[in-house]
Design a protein. Structure first.
Length: 371
């Protein structure tokens, strides 16, 4: 039986042909395809300005810069995420202030945010783990009341929504990733949704070394930008992917429903929130019972031909963060989930039979491990 990875992109033949066309066109870096991709992303985001970038990380970095976050500022975020979401805060010269997660949603616990706010707090950077957004009404109510900026790490949440409105169509600054394992991909890539047109010139400068051109030969630099433009090759992949967004999301939701029907509840795993309205089901993650060693589970599943991922260990327990003063015991939910969370296969090309195979192998392996 073929190996079943935990994720795999679906790229159609038209997209592959379209990429070949771009490669033959003589213009392969940022050009007309990027503009077309940005226009399509903007339509998805209720007409708001969107700029394509080289990575989701760059979208967060530029988002922090656009919100004027820098030295001495504090940014409230979650310890249960890909490390990019807090590394960018350090890179900005600011300090991440972690707030523990809600053990049900595995996202930042909105109930705990207000008590983490200090005189230095400038922003909240929530992460929508596995594509499940936080309560955006409540998030923006807290931010508005306390005069804080919001940089949404929606890296995993393209295609998700909050009460009928797509993530990205409302709010402050929203960062998406189009990395290969995301719901739509450009191989590597990202985008930032801006609050209004006034942010566009600085955003465009920041993504390309701070350069402004004028006249036939004029050039100036008044801000130290980065190099974070997307290529036309990548944008063409993204345009092909966007055509399938609704179908991909529908399929992911159907597969997630299948997991809920078939995953053996008696094994003692914690399942995700069964949300079929808001989440794009970027991942299907279970928290393993305390007596199941995750590393052994992953190895046994691999022997059974099934890939299992780890998203993610708690950030504050990485050496870098420990060296900055964080330690075990500070965020108990994130720590426990970070030790035991396992990502089971979920991607649009999977079949119901694949889900059944995963559930069957998980049942056999976890039962044996618990004996
Ligand atoms: C939650 C989260 N934040 C940020 C990123 C960074 O995105 P990229 O890998 O495109 O830089 C990712 C990507 O894995 C992510 O999952």
């Amino acid at each position: 039986m073929d190996f079943l990875p935990f994720t795999r992109p679906t790229i159609d033949d038209e997209t592959i042909a379209g990429v070949a066309e771009v490669l033959r066109s003589g213009w392969i870096t940022s050009g007309p395809k990027v503009k077309e991709f940005e226009a399509a992303l903007s339509r998805h985001c209720g007409g708001r300005p969107v700029r394509a970038l080289a990575t989701g990380t760059a979208a967060l970095e530029i988002g922090l810069k656009l919100a004027s976050i820098g030295r001495g500022d504090e940014v409230i975020t979650t310890p249960l995420s890909w490390v990019a979401s807090s590394n960018v805060i350090l890179q900005a010269g600011a300090s991440p202030v972690f707030v523990d997660v809600d053990p049900m949603t595995r996202n930042i616990d909105l109930d705990l945010i207000e008590r983490a706010i200090t005189a230095n707090t400038r922003a909240i950077l929530p992460v929508y783990l596995a594509g499940l957004p936080v309560d955006l009404d409540r998030l923006y109510w807290i931010a508005g009341k306390r005069g804080l900026r919001v940089i949404e790490d929606a890296a995993q949440a393209f295609g998700s929504s909050w009460q009928g409105t797509p993530v990205g169509a409302r709010g402050d600054l929203i960062a998406f990733s189009f990395h290969a394992n995301k719901n739509i991909t450009t191989a590597e890539g990202g985008a930032i949704v801006l609050p209004d047109e006034s942010y566009v010139p600085l955003c465009e400068k920041l993504r390309l070394q701070g350069v402004v051109r004028f006249g036939e030969d004029g050039m100036d630099v008044d801000v130290a930008g980065v190099k974070a433009n997307l290529t036309d090759v990548a944008a063409r992949i993204g345009l092909g992917q966007l055509l399938h967004l609704d179908k991909f999301t529908e399929k992911r939701r159907a597969l997630a429903r299948r997991y809920f029907e078939r995953f053996d509840a008696s094994l003692g795993c914690e399942l995700p929130v069964a949300d079929f309205e808001n989440s794009n089901w970027h991942m299907f993650q279970v928290v393993l019972p305390i007596d199941v060693k995750r590393g052994d589970f992953i190895a046994r599943m691999r022997e059974a031909g099934i890939g299992v991922g780890v998203h993610y260990p708690a950030i504050h327990l990485f050496s870098l963060y420990r060296s900055l003063g964080w330690h075990e015991g500070q965020y108990p939910h994130a720590e426990r989930i970070g030790r035991a969370i396992a990502t089971l296969p979920l991607f649009p090309a999977m079949s119901d039979a694949d889900v059944e195979r995963v559930c069957e192998s998980s049942r056999t392996i976890i039962r044996e491990m618990l004996q």
